[in-house]
Design a protein. Structure first.
Length: 283
């Protein structure tokens, strides 16, 4: 476990998955504790896909590959490439095991930097192979809501008219359910999560705040590089995941070709993709 600290925050990050396990501000823990009997993760990184694939597989150049929901990187042990009191860089590279399900050469770096009450999280994906690489990357950060999620609102930076794209298993169905209209405040209700997540594929905002409407406890996530946004928790559990993704699960009618996958990022040989989002304690 790696610990970063400045005058406001103490942040613990596991080498397994380069996953945030704790953000403490003013004696208060903001990250879900990862209880195995509820949901064992805290803030898993999603790569090389976000969400699920149709039948948990894809094709590339006519060859079929199996790839589990959210990809494999959350179970890989990262090398700590550099570290200071307030910043750390974690590195994971392709290997013989990853190539069984994902036939690309890559270097993935996750860089955490503390500044004031913020944690800046940079992702760097470098294609070290000789052909175009296809991938998605996203965050799945679980924030503690000890009072229960129905004490909280999600406040968007822009007014939104949002529809939930209803999931059918790991896939997105054609059904859409209105959630809010011309508002930037979404009061959380547990009923939204009886089936699975709220999936928003048409979002104007690039910032969302999880705020307790009574106590003011709040955390803001800024995600300038992400098109898609999800909310999820296990029904009845005291945490809420704010999930900015640059990709999206397969829709029911999709084919298996990863080149044509909705939201996929194509990275040319030897090129690098950079992506940033920031977590800020505001309340």
């Amino acid at each position: 476990m790696i610990t970063l600290k400045n005058e406001f925050l103490t942040v613990a990050i596991s080498e397994r998955g380069a996953e945030i396990k704790s953000i403490v501000y003013d004696g208060t823990e903001y990250i879900w504790e990862g209880r195995p009997d509820v949901w064992a993760s805290s803030c898993p990184l999603l790569f090389p896909i976000c969400g699920g694939l149709k039948e948990d597989k894809y094709t590339l150049g006519g060859k079929e590959y199996a790839l589990e929901k959210h990809g494999f990187i959350r179970r890989k042990t990262f090398e700590v490439e550099s570290i200071s009191d307030t910043s750390a860089t974690f590195l994971s590279c392709s290997d013989d095991e990853t190539k069984k399900c994902y036939p690309f050469d890559y270097e993935l770096r996750v860089i955490y930097t503390l500044s004031g009450k913020s944690v800046k999280i940079d992702y760097s994906v470098k294609n070290t192979g000789g052909s175009t690489m296809y991938f998605n990357i996203g965050s799945h950060e679980g924030y503690s809501t000890p009072e229960g999620i129905e004490e909280y609102d999600v406040i968007f930076s822009e007014k939104e008219t949002l529809e939930n794209v209803v999931t059918n298993g790991n896939l997105l169905s054609g059904k859409r359910i209105p959630i809010i209209k011309d508002s930037n405040v979404l009061p959380l209700e547990d009923k939204y999560f009886e089936v699975d997540a709220l999936v928003f594929d048409k979002l104007n905002s690039r910032s969302a705040t999880l705020k307790n409407r009574k106590t003011g406890r709040a955390v803001r996530v800024d995600f300038p590089d992400d098109k898609y946004f999800l909310l999820w928790h296990k029904y009845g559990a005291p945490y809420m995941c704010l999930e900015p993704w640059n990709g999206i699960p397969d829709r029911e009618g999709t084919d298996f070709d990863i080149v044509r996958k909705e939201g996929i990022t194509a990275l040319d040989a030897k090129d690098e993709y950079r992506h940033t989002h920031t977590v800020t304690i505001t309340g």
